[in-house]
Design a protein around this ligand. Structure first.
Ligand code: PLP
Length: 275
């Protein structure tokens, strides 16, 4: 496995980063994940633009526009050109003696790797999820590498043999530990607005666009935990998750077997057609 580190492509064993890297010390970095399907990265511009935005929000200075060329070199070295794969990009503020404030004039640490990845068949997923209080900070719009909150919440789902943990803040569903959440109620698709309490998923944006082209009404406002029993359908979205139908939320059963709802099914079919 090859790793891109600050302009060089090396075997992963030789990719070494200082213990004083602020990504290691503070989780002071931004990351991105995208997948190549049928020879091209799915919504590459949108992913790179979100990376650019994230870096700007935390004032890490790095020119994202150099990446497409570097990504091509990495894929070639990894023998993944045109192959189905997942690309991970991480940019941390860089190496400096430990101090909280941003050090002046340090170079960011840029790391990327690509591994073969065939996306799961979404038709086979009927997910059970648990719900937990969203105890993360209030800048979830930043795709930062400090993911301990998400990791802790996801681990609980694994303990309960569930697919994901959906979170709620002040009684309103926000998102899940590594995906966005949508609900369908009376033929209207609801999802939390793209404010500072959720990551604005690229798949979330694609699904909202698909709703528009399929004439499905959307309402970007949060669903309350008190309305759970009035929900007709629910699903998760994410780059790897794609659109995963939810069959059970805590004790509440939405459907049994593989009888997922018609709107979830319609959106899954439409998403697959884009690839
Ligand atoms: N929400 C969180 C917290 C995530 O970590 C992710 C993806 O990693 C998403 C939502 C979905 O984002 P995307 O569709 O861009 O993969």
């Amino acid at each position: 496995e090859k790793v891109y580190l600050n302009g060089s492509i090396v075997p992963h064993q030789d990719a070494k980063i200082s213990v004083f890297d602020r990504g290691f010390i503070f989780g002071d970095g931004i990351y991105e994940v995208m997948v190549q399907i049928n020879g091209s990265f799915f919504y590459k511009e949108a992913h790179l633009n979100r990376l650019k935005d994230g870096l700007q929000k935390v004032n890490i200075k790095f020119d994202v526009d150099i990446l497409p060329k570097e990504i091509s070199k990495l894929l070639e070295a990894s023998e993944l050109t045109n192959k189905d794969c997942m690309l991970y990009i991480q940019i941390t503020r860089g190496v400096a003696p430990r101090q909280h404030s941003y050090p002046a004039d340090i170079l960011p640490t840029v790391m990327m790797y690509a591994i073969p990845k065939v996306l799961p068949d979404i038709n086979e997923i009927d997910a059970k999820v648990i719900t937990r209080d969203d105890f993360r900070w209030s800048r979830c719009d930043i795709k930062m590498t400090s993911l301990l909150g998400n990791v802790m919440l996801n681990e609980e789902a694994m303990q309960y043999d569930c697919y994901e943990t959906i979170m709620h803040r002040n009684g309103l569903y926000t998102e899940a530990s590594h995906s966005n959440v949508f609900f369908v109620k009376d033929n209207v698709v609801y999802t939390h607005p793209a404010d500072e309490y959720i990551l604005n998923g690229i798949t979330r944006i694609i699904v909202l666009d698909l709703c528009k082209s399929l004439n499905i009404e959307i309402n970007e406002s949060p669903i309350s935990i008190d309305d759970l029993t009035t929900i007709d359908e629910a699903f998760l979205t994410g780059t790897i998750t794609q659109i995963a139908s939810i069959k059970q939320i805590d004790e509440h059963i939405l459907y049994t077997g593989n009888k997922k709802g018609p709107i979830t099914r319609k959106l899954q079919e439409a998403l697959l057609k884009l690839k």
